[in-house]
Design a protein around this ligand. Sequence first.
Ligand code: BT5
Length: 324
Amino acid sequence: QSELRAKLLEAFSEANGEFISGQKISEYIGCSRTAVWKHIESLRKDGYELEGVRKLGYRITKKPDKISSNEIQLGLKTEYMGRNIFFEEIVDSTQKIAQNLAADGTPEGTIVVADMQSNGRGRMSRKWYSPSGTGIWMSMVIRPNIPVIDTPQLTLLTAVAVTQAIEEITPLHPNIKWPNDILLNNKKIVGILTELQAEADQVHAVIIGIGINVNQRTEDFPEELQSIATSLHRETGNTIERAKLIQAILLKFEQLYTLYISKGFLPIKLLWESYSISLKNELIARTLTGTIQGKAIGIDDNGVLLLEDNDKKIHRIYSADIEL
Ligand code: BT5
């Protein structure tokens, strides 16, 4: 049943918005004209809008923003990122599932995507709000052969990949706030969570979680987030196809990651700096051991934030919450 549906969607996708006759469809998916009609009706029930014209056939005029493994895989241009997909409608946290898969030896490039998370998490066991039908909640497993101390660089690399993908799919120009936020109009649109499976001298897997607010309206956010969070829909007024954005992120990530593995962090650092808003500014860094105020003078070659205080002393910040 779902195989027929996938074939039907494939036929429409190949038709590229043009009409396909009922006859053609029934040949393509190998079933009767009556069965075609039934499948069309069931697509309508799922939120697809189809135009049917006598003699011409059918065409899709509007797709629901639904994601599934199929939607993500169809048209995906990567070599290995996202070639192994675990998609679920509802999970507690994609990060948790990806952690388990990674421990079981899942190959590099595996992704876990959910339509909704009941227990999405941020850093330091904070909550990540992940309602259904509107966002991208995704975890990627990679297995770089790099020293453990370099792994925070991957958070910065991911931020660049997601920023570039958003720029490709929308007219927006987001900024990156060290270390793991992407902002639009000073509101958070993306959060990144990088976790590790490693021994002292060897990385087994890096699990990178990406949360993106895509199609939420202002009123869809809980009150405490309305002034600090935004979505791509809120910023553009348009509905964005989540699967398309996922594909763009996977491709950008694969390209930057390949560059990183062959040339090191420097080219990534330059890109990161060009998108960053935390640099050259006065800011406050709240770390686990205390609060430091100063001017962000840059990041070092490991991705560590360098903060110069009033006495011109330079602090190396490995992890913190930044207040601009
Ligand atoms: C982050 O943490 O920004 C990392 C978020 C990572 C989420 C992804 S979704 C897929 C994967 N699976 C998971 O379970 N997690 C990852 P942090 O810097 O600690 O920011 C958390 C703070 O952001 C919260 O305390 C809220 O203030 C705010 N927040 C929560 N939900 C948000 C949302 N949807 N949009 C914007 N801000 C949000």
